[in-house]
Design a protein around this ligand. Sequence first.
Ligand code: XMP
Length: 514
Amino acid sequence: MTHCPGLVIVDYGSQYTLLIARKLREMNVFTEIVPASDQSFPDSIEVHGVILSGGPASVGESAHKLPQYVVDSQLPLLGVCFGMQLIAEHFGGKVEASSKSQYGRAQLKLTEVNSKKSTDLFFGLDAESTVWMSHGDSVVQVPADFEAVGYADQTIAAMTHKTKAIFGLQFHPEVQHTKQGEDLLRNFVAISECPQMWDGKGMLEEACECVLQDAKAGRVLLALSGGVDSTVAAMVVKKCLPRDQYEMVLIDHGMMRKNEVADIRQSFAQLGLPVTVLNREELFLSRLKGVSDPETKRKIIGKAFIDCFEEFTQQHGPFSLLCQGTLYPDVIESAGTHGLAKTIKSHHNVGGLPERLKLQLLEPFRLLFKDEVRLVGRQLEIPQALVGRHPFPGPGLAVRIPGEVTKEKIGYLQEADAIFIGALRESGYYDQTWQALVVLLPVKSVGVMGDQRTYAYTCVLRAVCSTDGMTANVTDLPLSFLTQVSDKIVNQVSGINRVLFDITSKPPATIEWE
Ligand code: XMP
């Protein structure tokens, strides 16, 4: 895609940087994310405007300044959160650490005059609307050539240059909870006069190109989990490479859903994917024995996966590449696009590979979101029953059993999960839910069944709506449905006598419990 017209996003390490790109892609706008350390625009894009992302640093302490090449370009500029603070600092405004951080929903109040002109970022917006804040510092005085045009809880939430197309937003327009965020981004696209000609169908071609290009290095080992992403990646590999250039393996770590391995085998056979299943339950469970810390558990699982790949390589290698269905949220929540974002969880599939394996990572969907991968899957004619499956994490049920993982707990969780997912499917709520799961708490409580006292575990039902897993809201399931599921679990799963429903959104919680 040489010299495609589009927008550049300078990445300061926000959890949401790619969300900006994704929202713009949905508007058929081509975007390119560049690291904050770059000194010029990339050659691949005809730049119509620039967005500065948010970031975890404080302007005062950060080495980052508004890049001179961006200032010199005189292109329309939009700073988000940290990006707005950089603009304020550069033009002589004042940024200070707020006495109280603002996280979550806030009410944006616009000053009337600024939403009237079509050249204004706020054109057509309501005078008051809900926005999503996530910041510690704020602009306390806008630069002389700017005016404050929006406030939230007495904080300056929006500013514009008096004569130029330079804007700052203290809140995140890219996050779903910002009600009119898309309108703001659309207005910026219009102000930038950026053509909206990017075609989502290119995603499959780009994934194929990525596989063909990287596979020149040698044979590919493909790790399948049975989830949507790795299945679609496998189909891309199968489409692009001759059979002797790849092997596919599914490691059964013993922490899959009930009957899942058998179901996966059947689906893969239907798709014609030649997969070897390695049962290594004992290895994983023995290494997890006595371990409770979430990050340690994830690291142990990541390492055990690597050891299994190594074992498989000895039998079927040599391989030069390990192909995985890693998605952008996995990348950003593990390490950040350019190493600036904070680690939330170490998603095992992005963990470093040891030198001795001499394997490079091949991740054709590294910059895509789940629903974009589903689109690619549909283009490859993968059945809806497979592409429509809820996401399932690589470490499996281990991240749904806070505390030590044991075979007994896995058994209880598999049963409860099968009841919940089965009920969601029967009622039609499954397809209205982005992801549903059950968590088994390390908490026992007293109950009564028949005339008997029980003392058993507590489980938590979680069902969320999301478009990408970066943010999520609770699915509004009726109480009558939840109580039916609860009754069924308590009656049929001997180790569980109490059922809770998790009503927390992400953020502040995450979707999985670990
Ligand atoms: P969290 O819990 O971070 O999850 O809000 C966001 C999405 O990512 C999935 N997830 C993972 N997927 N490997 C994966 O392939 C992992 O280690 C992993 N951890 C979380 C999670 O199920 C949700 O869809």
